[in-house]
Design a protein around this ligand. Structure first.
Ligand code: CTP
Length: 424
């Protein structure tokens, strides 16, 4: 079969580095750091942003200088740290304006009640607040303060005003605060702020779409201590769920047992067996525009499940297995009766005759697209961070994605979904 790129495809793969982080290579980010004990956590956020390839420029308030030195930020960002409004003007370039113009995103973390209050009232009396006023980039605040300051109606009104104006907030979390109080006020984890930053920068080309993704293995219980399963880690399905969410879709992730945490912002349903997965899939399919079945469903289950542990008695034993429902095959039949018909994507895990087997599954399961991967390769398939996939489409076209990280492949699969939805 010839490998042809379907026409009208938009290049919008979410760029992911080898470390699995989203590449922000072409992005300029301003990181504003205010004076609070959480200022040290901004160092970790800076590290995540630079590791993802972003060009980060740090602005510190005077109060922030009391908590951490500019040298730390300068070393990790490889850029000079901005602390003075007038020094920059002396450089014959209006520094804060040129920085404000170049930014793709402005993050203030930690953001204090004082700085948020000043911005809410248009006060621009230092390098940070002046640059905030001058930028047209999206702004993400990650507040951190004492719980009583955070719940103070004056602060809440200021935050509400900024939210109404389109500013983004990553709410502080509950915990024991440096001031000795317990409650909401701790800076959100750097990883959470990073994910919100990626969210703010990602084009929302799946907005308005509801996508169901199944992931991980199923487990078919033999007795209370044993089960039949497979090597699926769930990484591919979870990468798809994260990428679809970042691109604006409403995501329902139905997952078998895995060691992974659910991506932020997705509706998460856990199941154990194929029969349980089937009932959750069928309960939700009518709400979905797209269904992606990345799960490695066990084809057979024991005819009976022993309620007590089976004891070893004989030298050999036999177990009768019965076929599990083929969920995707049922879906393929069922969606024909739905209007609009959801876009159906299957996976084919193969160890031989990849093209023939994938094409057969595409046809027999009535799919729009199938992601075929050769799981006999050490860098593809189960339990690794990379994959080698060929995508086959209903119209006979296909696309060889080559070796990619699972995050990159998730982006590539969703690019094709977007292109095909646009054609429908
Ligand atoms: N699938 C499913 N229900 C099953 C078995 C598979 O929904 N009982 C789905 C998988 O989620 C995947 C696709 O069907 O999207 C293909 O799965 P795969 O394991 O590659 O193939 P099978 O259909 O099980 O066929 P075989 O095991 O013979 O290769």
């Amino acid at each position: 079969m010839a490998l042809i790129q379907p026409s009208g495809m938009k290049k919008n793969v979410i760029h992911i580095s080898e470390t699995g982080l989203t590449m922000l290579e072409d992005k300029t980010i301003i990181l504003g750091v205010c004076g609070g004990i959480a200022a040290y956590k901004a160092v970790e956020l800076l590290r995540l942003l630079t590791k993802a390839g972003a060009d980060v420029h740090v602005i510190m308030t005077r109060a922030a200088l009391e908590f951490i030195t500019p040298l730390t930020f300068q070393t990790l960002s490889s850029n000079p740290v901005h602390t003075e409004l007038f020094n920059l003007i002396a450089e014959r370039e209006i520094g804060h304006i040129s920085l404000a113009d170049r930014a793709d995103l402005f993050i203030v973390a930690p953001a204090t009640a004082n700085v948020i209050g000043k911005i809410a009232y248009g006060i621009a009396d230092d390098i940070l607040t002046t640059t905030v006023m001058a930028t047209k980039a999206p702004l993400l605040f990650a507040p951190a303060m004492n719980v009583n300051m955070y719940t103070n109606p004056i602060y809440q009104e200021n935050e509400e005003k900024l939210r109404r104006l389109g500013y983004l907030f990553e709410a502080p979390v509950c915990g024991s605060l440096a001031c000795g109080w317990e409650g909401q006020g701790k800076l959100a984890a750097p990883e959470t702020i990073f994910e919100s930053a990626v969210m703010a920068l990602t084009e929302k080309d799946l907005s308005g779409q509801t996508i169901m993704i199944t992931a991980g293995p199923t487990r078919e219980e033999i007795d209370p201590v044993r089960y039949i399963s497979n090597h699926s880690s769930g990484k591919m399905g979870y990468a798809l769920a994260r990428a679809a969410r970042l691109r604006g879709a409403q995501v329902l992730l139905i997952s078998g047992p895995t060691a992974l945490a659910a991506p932020a912002g997705v509706q998460f349903i856990t199941i154990t067996s194929a029969v349980e997965m089937r009932s959750e899939v069928m309960a939700h399919v009518a709400e979905c525009d797209v269904v992606i079945k990345a799960a490695a469903v066990a084809d057979y289950r024991p005819l009976t499940r022993n309620s007590t542990k089976i004891k070893k008695s004989t030298d050999s034993t036999k177990m009768e297995l019965v076929k599990n429902p083929d969920i995707l095959c049922e879906l393929g039949k069922m969606v024909s009766g739905l209007n609009p018909r959801p876009f159906l994507v299957g996976f084919a895990a193969e160890t031989d005759a990849l093209i023939e087997n994938a094409a057969k599954k595409l046809h027999e399961k009535n799919l729009d697209m199938i992601v075929a991967n050769d799981v006999s390769q050490t860098d593809a398939g189960f339990n690794v961070d990379t994959n080698r996939a060929v995508l086959f489409f209903k119209d006979g076209s296909s696309c060889d994605c080559g070796l990619m990280t699972k995050d990159q492949l998730a982006g590539a699969i969703l690019d094709h979904v977007v292109a095909h939805l646009a054609e429908q």
